[in-house]
Ligand binder design. Sequence first.
Ligand SMILES: Cc1ncc(COP(=O)(O)O)c(C=O)c1O
Length: 367
Amino acid sequence: MARPLIADIDLDALRHNYRLACSMAPDSRAVAVLKADGYGHGAVACARALEDLAPAFAVACIEEAVTLREAGIATPIVLLEGIFEASELEQVEALGLWMAVHSDWQLEALLARRAARPIPVWLKVDSGMHRLGFAPEAAEAAWRRLAAAPDHVCDLQLMSHFATADLTDTGYFTRQMGRLRALAEGLEAPLCLANSPATLARPEARGAWHRPGVMLYGSDPLEAASAESQRLAPVMTLRSALIAVRELPAGEPVGYGGRWVTPRPSRIGVVACGYGDGYDRHAVDGTPVLVVGRRAAVAGKVSMDMMTVDITDIPEAQIGSEVVLWGRAANGELLGVDEVARHCDTISYTLLTGVLPRVPRRYHGAS
Ligand SMILES: Cc1ncc(COP(=O)(O)O)c(C=O)c1O
């Protein structure tokens, strides 16, 4: 038997989630964010599945765009961080990419370029995330310079990113929106603001474009789930099987450091999945997994290639039984990646992007 660990990717669920993002903002166009290899799902497969729906894709860097172009994806692609050096402009033009401009040096390089055709530009404003972008006071001048260079720049949009759109406390989000509104009104700029949480929960952030990322993959980014976010469908199921079962008396330590000690006579299932596959080693005892579609709990520290789960209350579990680390079990039971992330003191983004290349991806749907 081959090692049973596999990431099943449901491309129909991806399309469902993309359509949900569109339905949340019907007057806005949704650029599907495919960076970090499609949040670990395989950017090329995701792009092919969304090609007929999405007017544009977004990635973090030119290398990710090249991967999509080499796979034959012709859809416009936005570079969310723009170029990292001026020499990339040639490729931006050759590959027909769109680019964010977040810094003076990028703007100067763009305007200094000998342009064969203009490049669609998303001017990035730092409205409060304090990561990338022009300060609002500087953004107006940058906008006007770009707008005055139609040989170099076309389809100018104003872009910004929210720090707290996922929180129920909307105080800081409202401050960011206020700064953006003031700026956009003066410029009559089309806006691209909303990430997944803002797409789901902040109607005032919907502009000409929105940029859903993690919600496309079925993760709910909101601090407090909404009726809409509950309609998201999981795209990845990380699936494995039990490769050994042990019967232990009470009082026996399990795994490295003996972190978990059997509180009663226990059955322990050994799962073929570990941190060498990307499963988070910070998973605490009690982190849920599904064994034959029933809830079981991580018991003991995650190892590189294996982990141990308490299956004392699942007598039908045996060697070869299905284990779902997150996603949907064969019996239809669901274990959300967000719930697993909470037990690992992290977020779904790190779990999904962290699934390592040695885990084969198996694609379903969207044929
Ligand atoms: C600039 C930008 N836009 C959009 C996104 C998508 O965010 P999310 O995955 O929360 O929807 C990201 C993700 O980090 C981003 O950096």
